[in-house]
Design a protein around this ligand. Structure first.
Ligand code: FEO
Length: 395
């Protein structure tokens, strides 16, 4: 069994093959892991489980490490099936085990499993003495679901943070300091941008609250990806930055195109931005990964989107992406729209409006060309990029 620290042990499993999560909503090129933890003290506690499809593997791991009959308590930090999915199988064996969870945890677990188990409701600041260690519960509402919470193991001083501070990453080690930092930090911000970005207001407050609790955190062990044991507050500091109107001063340009007219406009706009010292990343949304685009948009100050008009609207990959952006509630971004058209020309106007509806501050009127752009129209797109660059610099 891998020891995390003192009486805290890693019981999770790494899912090397996972390439999509939340159905097919999120890409996971580097797999993921479902980290659960065992605390061995005068009382034995299991914290979280694993996703249902891995239930048999998880039970094999669990049975090797502990006699299920000797588990005194289970803590469920989060009812989502990737962490609570194996709870039903454990409770079939030991239906009497007390389950500690947040108030909404009872409601959500009952709705998942349709069982009335021995629930023990806990709130922020409630404690559970295990002998040497003491558990301190911290509600983490909407990080990621209403019932989410974290459990601090006082003594070894390990914060079992569940989704918070996690990444979808099945690495060569479960410890961050033994993995490639480029991959770890990329997966951490991708996770934040795609899963937690809608809740940045709550995350800011929660980080302040955790800091005010003065917990002597020595290790942060989330339920996905690697464990932060070397200077663990680095990831907390990053969350504080990411939750605070984050951007890296860059621009993301996304287009879809039928005969490359809109693509030419995108490239011209990018060259205008670059001429003013603003770097732009360009994606064709029809053949790019939406999770990657959302990550790049999260890092960006500016979002510029374009489509040609077909059947009185934007191409479907752009329409889908606009829907996605609205749900992610990206904060403090500026935007603009562009596109080519043949006759009616609605797409660029629709994109402009949809960006506004998504909370993006649209700073320029859309630019459009009829069929293929002339040299003068390409120059106008370059100037469009230059003008947008000025707005980026204003911040
Ligand atoms: Fe990893 Fe919100 O579950």
């Amino acid at each position: 069994m891998i020891q995390v620290k003192d009486q805290v042990y890693y019981l999770g499993l790494r899912d090397w093959e996972l390439r999509n999560f939340h159905g097919h909503e999120l890409s996971t090129y580097n797999g993921s892991s479902y980290n659960s933890y065992l605390i061995k003290d005068e009382k034995t506690v299991l914290v979280d489980t694993a996703w249902g499809p891995h239930a048999d593997t998880f039970l094999d791991i669990l049975n090797k490490e502990v006699d299920i009959n000797k588990i005194d308590y289970i803590v469920i930090n989060h009812a989502e099936p990737d962490h609570a999915g194996t709870l039903g199988k454990i409770m079939e064996i030991r239906p009497d085990i007390p389950i500690y969870c947040a108030p909404k945890g009872v409601e959500n677990l009952k709705k998942h499993f349709h069982k009335d188990w021995n629930f023990r409701v806990v709130r922020t600041g409630d404690t559970l003495n295990l002998g040497n260690c003491e558990l301190v519960f911290i509600e983490m509402t909407m990080i990621h679901w209403p019932e989410s919470m974290a459990t601090f193991v006082k003594g070894p001083n390990v914060l079992l943070s569940n989704d918070a501070f996690g990444q979808h990453f099945a690495g060569p080690s479960i410890f961050e300091d033994e993995c490639d930092p480029c991959i770890v930090w990329h997966e951490a911000i991708k996770y934040f941008a795609n899963i937690l970005a809608p809740f940045t207001g709550l995350i800011k407050k929660k980080i302040d609250e955790i800091v005010s609790l003065n917990l002597p955190i020595e290790v942060i062990a989330p339920s996905h990806g690697v464990i932060w044991r070397k200077d663990p507050l680095r990831i907390v500091e990053k969350y504080a930055q990411w939750a605070d109107n984050y951007d890296e001063g860059i621009v993301t340009i996304v287009y879809d195109t039928m005969y490359n007219a809109t693509k030419k406009m995108a490239e011209a706009i990018a060259s205008g931005l670059e001429s003013k010292g603003i770097l732009a990343r360009i994606y064709n949304s029809s053949n790019s990964d939406i999770s990657d685009i959302i990550t790049e948009m999260f890092k960006s100050k500016g979002i510029i989107m374009g489509s040609c008009t077909v059947n009185n609207g934007a191409l479907r990959s752009i329409a889908a992406l606009l829907h996605e952006i609205k749900g992610h509630k990206l904060k403090n971004k500026i935007g603009a729209a562009f596109g080519s058209y043949g006759w009616s020309g609605e797409a660029h106007k629709d994109i402009h409006k949809e960006l506004e509806d998504a909370g993006i501050k649209v700073v320029m009127d859309p630019i459009a060309v009829k069929f293929q752009p002339t040299d003068q129209e390409i120059e106008a797109c370059v100037n469009f990029g230059r003008e947008f660059a000025n707005f980026v610099k204003q911040k």
